[in-house]
Design a protein. Structure first.
Length: 385
């Protein structure tokens, strides 16, 4: 298919990891499909190029745990499958809880995780210190640790999926913004972009924090809201920190990259919806305070780089995936908050199977847009940020 082609079997909006994983898996499932991926900007320009690279199976509900067990497996295979270095480091995740409520959340979550066969375990504060000797454990009531969780460098996954999709014939068009649709009855007829239009009857909305804007062009009302999330990286240090450490109470998290930098962020309790991606001194102050409380040794470390990206927030912190009732052939893959990177390999694969073969997926029923209208909000205790 040439870049000028004006017809596609499927148009994927968004060349972040979610759109690219979906396109790659679609091309594998149905090699003859004409697939076009459109992105308003460049590869890695969205949240997929701006995140902390944390990938974990420590969740509280069974569906998320099982999904992430499968996704972690796909992450592990990625380097070989796509012939690219992913800097995957399986140092585990250490969650800590200070309040009684978060302590209970850890206890309940680890019980479900163990039923799913995950090797996570609860640790006392003293035991947590055996995993990270530099941790200040005075305030810590309980911790949980899963040694098979990991941290990756995000960019190779975006590049790997893009290259893999291109090799399978997928047409990826960057700097091509979707600006409208034409409909035929209850379905889609055409996608309009800043660089011409494409006739198609099937569209995947993987526009991340802009998914609600894209859906609005089809008069589909989605509750997703963008929200800035900041992150920073320190100067490189000698390796000393094995797991990613995350505090369930204030949402601070940090890990050490393979190059030695401490990469981390913290939730801002006063963050407002919006698309501002600038960096703030307020974040540095919040992060420094939370980080140094957990790990006093980091007080003298210099910040090397600071940046921000957009979380794609939904009212129940769960994604919106699959078809919608309002428009035929309009599939969603959005609302992934601060955990869409880790879920993209498995979600892209399952969504591709669903679109290509109509494979029914109970998960997508759970994650359907209509749950908000029906008041069926979902619950997950292991959300940070
Ligand atoms: C600071 C930070 C830290 C994070 N840490 C983690 C982490 O440790 N682990 C984890 O799993 N997740 C993390 N996340 C979340 C994760 O990055 C996202 O959930 C994931 O990258 C979402 O992928 P996506 O493909 O849906 O969106 P994106 O990567 O944002 O891609 C969406 C794309 O859609 C394009 N687009 C938007 N509108 C249009 C339009 N009209 N036409 C065409 N294209 C359009 C955009 O240009 C963009 O490239 C973090 C996020 C941030 C911001």
């Amino acid at each position: 298919m040439t870049a000028e082609s004006s017809h596609a079997d499927i148009v994927v909006i968004g060349a972040g990891i979610m759109g690219l994983s979906t396109a790659y898996h679609l091309a594998r499932e149905r090699p003859k499909l004409r697939i076009v991926v459109l992105d308003a900007g460049y590869l890695c320009g969205g949240a997929s190029g701006r995140n902390g690279g944390g990938i974990r199976a420590q969740w509280s509900n069974e569906a998320n745990i099982r999904l992430m067990q499968e996704s972690l497996h796909l992450f592990g295979e990625f380097a070989k499958e796509h012939r690219i270095n992913t800097w995957l480091r399986r140092g585990g995740y250490l969650f800590v809880a200070r309040s009684a409520a978060k302590q209970r959340a850890l206890e309940q979550s680890v019980a479900v995780q163990n039923e799913c066969g995950l090797s996570s375990r609860l640790l006392t504060a003293k035991e947590a210190r055996a995993v990270v000797p530099e941790l200040e454990v005075r305030d810590i009531a309980l911790a949980s640790y899963n040694p098979t969780d990991a941290v990756v460098f995000p960019w190779p996954f975006v590049w790997g999926y893009a290259e893999g999709a291109r090799e399978l014939g997928v047409d990826i068009r960057t700097f091509t913004r979707v600006i409208g649709f034409e409909k035929r009855g209850r379905g889609i007829r055409r996608v309009s972009t800043t660089r011409g239009s494409i006739d198609t009857e099937a569209v995947v909305n993987a526009a991340g924090a802009h998914s609600a804007d894209v859906a609005k062009l089809l008069e589909v009302d989605m509750p997703n809201r963008p929200q800035r999330h900041e992150i920073c990286s320190s100067e490189p240090l000698k390796p000393w920190l094995t797991p990613l450490v995350a505090d369930l109470d204030d949402g601070v998290y940090f890990s050490q990259s393979t190059r030695g930098e401490i990469v981390g962020g913290v939730a801002d309790p006063e963050a407002q919806p919006g698309t501002d991606q600038s960096s703030s001194v307020r974040f540095l102050a919040l992060y420094a305070r939370a980080l140094v409380r957990l790990c006093p040794r980091l007080a003298s470390v210099r910040v090397l780089r600071q940046w921000a990206g957009l979380y794609d927030i939904t009212p129940d912190s769960h994604p919106i995936v699959g078809p919608v009732d309002e428009v035929e052939g309009f599939f969603q893959a959005s609302g992934f908050m601060g955990h869409g990177f880790m879920m993209a390999p498995i979600i892209g694969k399952l969504l591709a199977q669903h679109i290509a073969h109509g494979t029914p997926l109970p998960l997508f029923e759970r994650w359907n847009l209509r749950r908000f209208r029906q008041g069926r909000l979902l619950e997950e205790k292991m959300i940070i940020g």
